[in-house]
Design a protein around this ligand. Structure first.
Ligand SMILES: [Zn+2]
Length: 277
């Protein structure tokens, strides 16, 4: 059968537009931004240290570089919930430059893992935060966002993927068990993620995060106040109530700020276990 010129053109146009539609990838442009930004950072890393030395310092006339070095490694993992309604919404948020927020990984409800940023680079997920004496958590951590609106339980496929990822990270970067914590732990005044339904106990059973024996009764040393005990676990205690709420959410799955004997025992064990792991 022969087509008229006009019909043939329409068919070709339809086939081409279908092909373009099928191959359309909404993040092609933002991936270009990633690569451009990466190039700028590589340029910075390539600089000789002599350029970085502050002029006023009594520096040597000739620069001598060491021959022995590698990259700094992450030493913490911070777990978040996205407080958004879909994985797609979060991917979009993390690719809009004006939001100034990001994470290394986003894990969807079905377990799909999006690795958005090279582990050696600094994501913007922690914000103003503190754990122990560490006040620049973003510089030393991997940020993992779980697709969750903040009020729902976490899907088993999502937790399965999370555990696989944590295993890989722990092994690759030799991250201590203690250093797997939540955003709500490092920023208790501002944040409450991951939400109270997050299965910290399952993580701890797999070696991610410090935990305690529920049936063991331990006591805090005499004279050790609750705020001091919380700060020994790692919490920023500038707002004691917020720190207590964060501790209760993470370790007791409890949304109150009442500290009972059992909580005291948990605190005592956490302090001891922290010293061991
Ligand atoms: Zn968060």
């Amino acid at each position: 059968m022969l087509f008229s010129k006009r019909t043939s053109f329409a068919i070709v146009f339809f086939v081409l537009s279908t092909l373009v539609a099928c191959n359309y990838f909404p993040y092609a442009k933002t991936n270009q931004v990633y690569r451009k930004h990466n190039k700028e950072l590589i340029k910075l890393v390539k600089e000789d240290p002599s350029i970085q030395t502050i002029d006023q310092l009594p520096k040597a006339a000739e620069w001598v570089g060491t021959t022995n070095f590698d990259l700094r490694k992450p030493n913490f993992v911070i777990i978040h919930h996205t407080a958004q309604n879909s994985c797609e919404q979060t991917l979009r948020t993390f690719t809009l430059e004006r939001t100034k927020v990001s994470a290394h990984y986003v894990i969807c409800k079905d377990g799909t893992i999006h690795h958005m940023l090279n582990d050696y680079l600094r994501a913007w997920h922690g914000g103003v935060a503190k754990w122990g004496n560490n006040t620049d958590i973003n510089s030393s951590s991997i940020g993992i966002e779980l697709d969750n609106n903040g009020f729902e339980p976490f899907d088993s496929a999502q937790i399965k993927s999370l555990l696989l990822l944590l295993s890989k990270l722990k092994e690759t970067y030799k991250i201590p068990a203690n250093n797997f914590i939540g955003h709500g732990d490092i920023a208790p005044v501002r944040k409450n993620d991951p939400n109270i339904q997050f299965p910290w106990i399952d993580l701890a059973k797999n070696g991610f995060g410090v935990w305690f024996q529920p049936n063991l009764i331990d006591t805090l040393p005499a004279g050790l106040s609750i705020p001091l005990a919380l700060s020994m676990v790692g919490y920023d205690i500038k707002d004691t109530n917020a720190a207590i709420l964060a501790f209760k959410r993470h370790f007791r799955q409890d949304s109150t700020s009442i500290i009972n004997e059992s909580d005291r025992s948990v605190l005592a064990q956490l302090i001891q276990n922290k010293l061991l792991h």
